[in-house]
Design a protein around this ligand. Structure first.
Ligand code: ATP
Ligand SMILES: O=C(O)[C@@H](O)C(=O)CO
Length: 426
């Protein structure tokens, strides 16, 4: 089977978020982890989402990984490429978003694409080129304190212009609300200005579906996961996929359960507080990790004494912004982030070896580290827990169930809800 849509996601939780939206819209979707190569088997799927860990790495490396992935997806038959980044436009100031978009346009010989991070179901909207999170501007949300990519400018044109060599313009909601024809007209006005990225307003899913329809002939589309919801209808209209198909059955592997969190977002901190009242929990001390103390052994020793079927354990390094800033001040932002991620990855590996089969992991970078440590190379998508977060199952022998949660996603009871769903599926 030749694939229709090829997606490049800059982190792991973002990739599962996108894959779930495609599945929800009726596309057979498989997620691959890491840059695919000649040894990567071609999945039997209509859409392939490749999860990279390229959001916070140097731009040149992010370009290299994304361009290689794009070449693989094109060779596998993808007629359209989707570059997925965060709905809060998370990137370092040098970006991966601008440089990777430029490089993909170059690679695909295209002069025009769009950028739209809006995800209305999760409170992200773009209005007059400004990114809003719930009721306020991005820069007034907790994302201004993100441990790796603090977002302090809500003006997407300014952010992208500082990262990209393309011409950046805006298509505002007045055009978007007039429907796909008006959006195509607005995009056509860019022609002749050289390589152009249009930042498109979207306030609701109806806008996103119109934008999706307007992009049917665009070889490269960039944005948040919700932008993809309009694309499968284009493929159906073009006769590339059937109008209806049944989702494959999703079976949860039997075994014990664990939550691992390195996310320091406000949503995750509230979810941890909620879960602490119900589950055994163990807080990792970042200073001990950074000082080389035997933290992995200590966490495992604790876990082995309390874990039992039906009682998930929760191990977390998550801490409020002031504590994170203190750790970063003494040990460096990327360095401390990386060491804490590696520690959670090692803990995951040891827990798997001791019988844990169902993991909930909070945080995009943390999920990337955990999946790498577990050696997982591809995943199938299962039931939705909360908007943007599905259960997934690793492919191959001895599968694991994994729920990879973006930092800011999920309701307060997310961790308990995830296991309740897993235990209700027979
Ligand atoms: N106590 C801590 N002090 C400093 N850094 C921490 C601490 N705990 C975790 N970190 C680091 O903070 C970063 C959190 O990023 P991660 O992407 O995992 O979560 P997130 O940003 O909330 O999620 P997402 O990217 O999905 O929104 C990781 O690099 C993690 O190692
Ligand atoms: O788009 C989002 O907000 C998420 O899928 C994500 O990428 C967070 O890391």
């Amino acid at each position: 089977m030749s694939i229709i849509l090829g997606c490049i996601a800059d982190d792991l939780t973002g990739a599962t978020d996108l894959a779930m939206i495609l599945v929800r819209e009726g596309m057979k979707t498989v997620q691959i982890v890491g840059v695919p190569d000649e040894n990567t088997p071609l999945p039997s799927a209509e859409a392939v989402v490749v999860a990279l860990k390229s959001r916070t790495i140097p731009a040149a490396k992010a370009i290299e990984m994304s361009v290689k992935t794009c070449a693989w997806l094109r060779a596998a038959g993808a007629g359209q490429i989707f570059f997925k980044y965060c709905s809060t436009f998370d990137s370092t100031s040098e970006g991966n978003i601008g440089p990777v978009t430029d490089a993909l346009m170059e690679k695909l010989s295209c002069n025009s694409t769009i950028a739209c991070p809006a995800f209305p179901e999760n409170g992200r909207s773009v209005y007059k080129g400004y990114l809003f999170v719930n009721e306020g501007l991005l820069s007034e949300s907790s994302l201004r304190n993100h441990p790796l990519t603090p977002m302090t400018d809500p003006n997407l044109n300014r952010v992208l212009s500082s990262q990209s060599t393309s011409y950046i313009n805006n298509i505002t909601f007045e055009d978007v609300s007039r429907g796909p024809g008006a959006i195509v007209d607005a995009l056509t006005q860019n022609q002749g200005t050289g390589r152009t990225i249009a930042i498109i307003d979207a306030l609701d899913d109806h806008h996103l579906r119109s934008i999706g329809q307007a992009c049917k002939d665009m070889i490269l589309v960039t944005g948040g996961s919700a932008l993809a919801q309009g694309l499968p209808d284009n493929y159906r209209a073009a006769g590339l996929m059937p109008h209806q198909q049944r989702a494959p059955r999703f079976v949860f592997p039997a075994g014990t359960e664990a939550i691992l969190s390195g996310s320091c977002s406000e949503a995750t901190l509230a979810q941890i507080e909620f879960a602490k009242a119900h589950l055994p929990h163990f807080q990792l001390d970042p200073r001990a990790i950074l000082d080389g103390a035997p933290v992995v052994e200590q966490a495992l020793h604790w876990a082995q004494a309390v874990i039992e079927p039906g009682t998930p354990v929760m191990i977390y390094s998550s801490a409020p912004a002031a504590q994170v800033a203190e750790t970063q001040h003494t040990h460096g932002r990327m360095e401390s982030g990386d060491m804490i991620e590696q520690t959670l990855g090692q803990i995951a590996k040891c827990l798997r070896n001791s019988g844990v089969k169902r993991f909930v992991v909070a945080g995009g970078e943390t999920s990337g580290a955990v999946i790498n440590a577990l050696g997982i190379s591809s995943m199938e998508i299962g039931p939705e827990i909360d908007p943007g977060v599905p259960w997934t199952r690793s492919t191959g022998p001895d599968p694991l169930a994994l729920a990879l949660k973006s930092g800011n996603f999920g309701g307060e009871n997310f961790f308990l809800k995830a296991f309740a769903i897993a235990n209700s599926v027979k």
